[in-house]
Design a protein around this ligand. Structure first.
Ligand SMILES: Cc1cc2nc3c(=O)[nH]c(=O)nc-3n(C[C@H](O)[C@H](O)[C@H](O)COP(=O)(O)OP(=O)(O)OC[C@H]3O[C@@H](n4cnc5c(N)ncnc54)[C@H](O)[C@@H]3O)c2cc1C
Length: 416
């Protein structure tokens, strides 16, 4: 079933009886060539690119819950390619390029909206840092524009420009950044993978690994043993728990990150804005609600819900930047489990166990990485070589000292 304007009109005129389920509900086979654990955005994209780009077959995705129930359906939907370091920016630029053609490729409306993202600056030193980052972005093929106060005022006249502590002095505008309807990404990749023969097995939790003589032979699941020649783990916030079953300890902590949506408003925010003096990022959804978030909750947790101090902290930051927010009602909030790595950068690497591969440590930023992470993980699993944009995402980088500390803040997850 392909989607088109013509198809929508035809279904509207015939009572919407022709729509079909978007992917099959597969039962596990005894074994596969490739098994991906985790049916989030990354796991589904990996399966999709394994089939489409690398010509692999006999692939399954094993998901303990339902497709879209993890972070892929819980994030604040921001995509961008505005990193500073060489280990990161080429990878995120590759991802943004994949986003730009994703809907046509998947024949699925993921509402990719390049409405621009503006990082505000509040001091001269911050402006210098923004200029440096903008130059790094441009050198890597991305786009960046430094705005002065008047430039920011034109786009967002209602910000608190003259705040005594944090006056707004300008901002770094990345016009190709924006938002994407998050769960449509999971559904689009699931549909694309299913059409290429990938088995998507939901409600199937991995409970252990079968490892013999240093080689991974498959996984124990709530639906029985599934054999695999190559196994990829892509379980985001559950990374440390799942890899512990394979006897591995990761440089990752899990924390809750909350997101918030306000009541619907008339068009207010033309793009995404981030506060440079507090942790607050905000955009407006197509339904009109302001979608925003801030810091992780300050304790380790595997619960998909957060606590009130983080709500208060985010609301404080928001109101200090946009005083009018104080009049807006908060409609709902939710939480997801973040896989916070110790330098704020991810891993896409082989493990010391033969046949077992790992993708994780995405912190706040794994949604924008979805296409490139899937592509690079599929590249690694198919060819046993890292993709050229993901060579720095190694598991041994803390041992070798080659950390990718984008913000220069050390092993402190709440600052990444
Ligand atoms: C509130 C919030 C806001 C965010 N905002 C942004 C943003 O604006 N921009 C951005 O780039 N990123 C953002 N992120 C981060 C981003 O959402 C994640 O980094 C990314 O989605 C993680 O990859 P994923 O989609 O594969 O994860 P998930 O969707 O979480 O997929 C992992 C899957 O693994 C499954 N799983 C776990 N254990 C097992 C097991 N034992 N067996 C089988 N399956 C298992 C889970 O059920 C889950 O479905 C945000 C995250 C949150 C929580």
């Amino acid at each position: 079933m392909t989607y088109s304007g013509f198809r929508v009109i035809r279904e509207a005129l015939t009572g919407h009886k022709g729509w079909r389920p978007v992917w099959r509900d597969s039962k596990p086979k005894p074994s596969y060539d490739f098994v991906i654990i985790g049916g989030g955005g990354h796991g589904l994209a990996t399966a999709y690119y394994l089939a489409r780009e690398f010509g692999e077959a006999n692939i399954a995705v094993v998901e303990k819950g339902w497709i879209g129930g993890g972070n892929v359906g819980r994030n604040t939907t921001i995509i961008r390619s505005n990193y500073l370091l060489d280990g990161n920016e080429p990878f995120y630029e590759f991802s943004l390029k994949l986003w730009e053609s994703l809907e046509q490729e998947l024949n699925y409306n993921a509402m990719v909206s390049q409405r621009g993202i503006l990082n505000l600056v509040h001091s001269d030193a911050q402006r210098d840092a923004a200029r440096r980052r903008g130059n790094a972005m441009i050198l890597n093929g991305s786009d960046a524009e430094l705005l002065d106060v008047d430039g920011v005022r034109k786009l967002y006249p209602f910000l608190n420009f003259d705040n005594a502590r944090f006056p707004i002095k300008g901002g770094l505008l990345h016009r190709r950044g924006g938002t994407v309807r998050h769960d449509a990404v999971a559904w689009g990749y699931a549909r694309g993978a299913d059409r290429r023969g990938v088995d998507i097995i939901q409600n199937c939790e991995v409970t252990g690994f079968r490892i013999e003589n240093g080689r991974c032979l498959g996984v124990e699941t709530t639906k029985g043993f599934i054999g695999a020649t190559k196994l990829g783990v892509s379980v985001a916030g559950s990374s440390s728990r799942v890899m512990a079953m394979a006897g591995m300890r990761l440089p990752i902590e899990s924390h809750v990150l909350q997101a918030f949506a306000s009541e619907g408003l008339k068009p207010t925010l033309p793009g995404v804005i981030t506060y440079g003096a507090g942790h607050f990022y905000c955009s407006q959804s197509n339904k009109g609600g302001l979608v925003f978030g801030g810091d992780i909750d300050g304790y380790n947790s595997y619960a998909q819900r957060g606590n009130l101090p983080a709500v208060e902290d985010v609301a404080e930051s928001g109101i200090s930047l946009i005083p009018a927010l104080g009049r807006v009602r908060l409609l709902r909030s939710w939480g997801g489990i973040m896989d916070m790595s110790m330098d704020g950068s991810p891993f896409i690497d082989k493990t010391p166990i033969d046949g077992l591969y790992f993708n994780g440590g995405w912190c706040y930023g794994g949604f924008k990485a979805t296409p490139a992470a899937g592509f690079a993980f599929a590249h690694l699993m198919s060819t046993d070589r890292p993709h050229k944009t993901a060579t720095a995402y190694r598991l041994d980088r803390f041992r070798t000292g080659q950390i990718i500390d984008e913000k220069g803040q050390g092993a402190q997850p709440n600052l990444h």
